[in-house]
Design a protein around this ligand. Structure first.
Ligand SMILES: [Zn+2]
Length: 521
């Protein structure tokens, strides 16, 4: 090969340095896809991810035209993105999605440190490794001209084209780094616009709400469980000890006949948190929600969620969260592993630092599939046997929810509050009871998807001040209730008066009229 006139002799890197450069680049860019594949070796999409990372390196070799500055410009965003994606995989077991992007992009800089220290154990070590890697890459390319293998150069455009075709055809590459990131970005932008439209639609809601005679230190908590069926809680008679801690609580009312308003999170929560009904889901957009009602009545409202912030099913719930005075999302996506226990420190901080009266809404990931990701392995009890069934994992997730609720109750009681803590689940779960299948939201809903728990406990101070109301609640605990009517019940507990209150639908009111049983399917 004739000497290159633009490169001073002696400065061209030797073959060893050149190979080291490409090898290191490959390691840095391939690491997220390798980790994903390691988590799910049998998943064909994850396997294809390995190829996608390789194609990505080839694309770099093709696009890069020589200078070291050009190289830095081309590689920096790619290497940074790989580092961020790897952190997300290590923390949550999934590639970065639109919800993860939202956490990164929407987090206020002053909260960024909190996020890094609280939410991520791998952010700092990965950042360190990748910065070192990037410096090493630039040093290896120090000559200013790094020759690419000729065959690589020829193959790259072809492979790049194959990748783009696969992406456009919604193939496996959409779920592998770096194209997973392009998809997340476009979804994030779409969901942000959708959220803004939802907020515009509901901007002018007024309840004319008033708070009757506030007491000292008023703190109410609404905990929203996920995919939890009542008949798998020992509190309701399940033979396995799935809820021993709840069973040991004093003054805990367990409503015995509670039906969910819907079998999917989005619609179920619309009903729990607003005047919406199965026949009028639109009321969620036009008539306001519990967070708006509470704030109008003078409450500070904090929303803590271990569910996704953006995504096909999450944006409408996020709309309610954005109405709160403060909100924290500890999770980014439903496919991730993010334990509900991560909410506990945020809950304690909210109780300590907020002004009174206060409403805290805690949105758990609970028992949503995949059940085996919903509890820490060291808390496994029923799934700790040779061939655990999905029900074993499910029951362990219920037992973990029992622990989380116990910790929430303890933190709330430690404040010596005047108030109540209410727990329900958005909907329940079908566990292959009468035929195959696990999950919820089946086109023909099963009874098992609808039978949810409803637990209420009120502090001594509250019960002393409202003995009649407490008696009524004890009476109503045996009557049929739709948890979609909790919007009215919460207002009653919190002492909020407003013209739109409907005592006949309020399960905590003496004038409550149980609905005709809602049995679907
Ligand atoms: Zn749900």
């Amino acid at each position: 090969m004739p000497p290159d006139p633009t490169t001073p002799p002696g400065r061209r890197p030797g073959p060893l340095r050149r190979s080291a450069f490409w090898a290191l680049l490959l390691v840095l860019l391939l690491a997220p896809n390798v980790w994903r594949w390691r988590l799910a070796p049998q998943d064909s999409q994850a396997a294809f991810g390995l190829l996608t990372g390789l194609l990505c390196v080839l694309a770099v070799s093709w696009l890069w035209r020589g200078s070291r500055h050009g190289l830095a410009l081309l590689l920096s965003p790619l290497v940074l993105a790989a580092a961020v994606d790897l952190v997300h995989l290590l923390d949550y077991g999934a590639h970065l999605g639109p919800g993860g992007l939202a956490v990164i992009l929407d987090t206020h800089p002053s909260e960024a440190r909190e996020y890094l220290t609280l939410a991520s154990r791998s952010a700092l070590p990965v950042a360190g490794l990748y910065l070192t890697g990037m410096a090493l890459l630039l040093w290896l390319a120090d000559s200013g001209r790094l020759h690419r293998p000729r065959r690589l150069r020829r193959a790259a455009p072809l492979l790049l084209a194959a990748l783009l075709v696969d992406y456009a055809a919604k193939g496996a590459s959409r779920y592998s780094f770096p194209l997973s990131l392009a998809r997340a970005g476009s979804e994030y932008i779409g969901q942000t616009h959708r959220l803004a439209a939802l907020q515009r639609r509901a901007a002018h809601v007024h309840f004319d709400a008033r708070k009757a005679a506030p007491a000292d230190n008023e703190v109410y908590v609404l905990v929203l469980g996920e995919s939890l069926r009542r008949d798998h809680m020992s509190l309701y008679g399940y033979p396995r000890p799935t809820t021993p801690r709840l069973a040991a609580q004093d003054h805990l009312l367990a409503f015995r006949d509670v039906t969910a308003g819907a079998t999917q999170t989005r619609n179920a929560l619309k009903m729990i948190l607003s005047p919406a009904t199965p026949r009028d889901l639109g009321a969620f957009y036009t008539r306001g929600n519990l967070v708006q009602l509470a704030r109008e009545a003078g409450f500070d409202v904090v929303w803590l969620s271990n569910q996704g912030q953006y995504g096909k099913h999450d944006t409408e719930v996020t709309k309610i969260a954005t109405d709160a005075d403060a909100r924290h999302f500890t999770n980014t996506d439903w496919d991730t592993t993010s334990l509900d226990g991560r909410l506990l420190p945020l809950f304690r901080t909210a109780l300590r630092e907020r002004r009174r009266p206060l409403l805290v809404v805690v949105h758990l990931l609970g028992s949503h599939a995949a059940y085996q990701r919903r509890f820490p392995p060291e808390r496994a009890r029923f799934s700790r046997r040779p061939r655990p069934t999905p029900v074993d994992y499910y029951d362990d997730s219920v037992r973990y929810t029992d622990w989380v609720l116990d910790r929430l109750l303890a933190a709330w009681r430690a404040e010596r509050p005047h108030g109540c803590l209410v727990f329900t689940a958005d909907h329940a779960e079908y566990l292959a009871d009468d035929g195959p299948g696990y999950g919820h939201g089946f086109p023909q809903p099963h009874r098992q998807e609808l039978e949810v728990p409803l637990l209420v406990t009120c502090s001594t101070a509250w019960r002393t001040r409202h003995p009649q109301l407490w008696q009524t609640m004890r009476r109503n605990a045996g009557r049929p209730v739709s948890n979609g009517d909790l919007f009215y019940g919460m207002a009653t507990l919190m002492g909020i008066d407003f013209p739109g209150q409907r005592p006949a639908r309020d399960p905590f009111s003496p004038r409550y009229q149980p609905p005709r049983r809602l049995v679907a399917g």
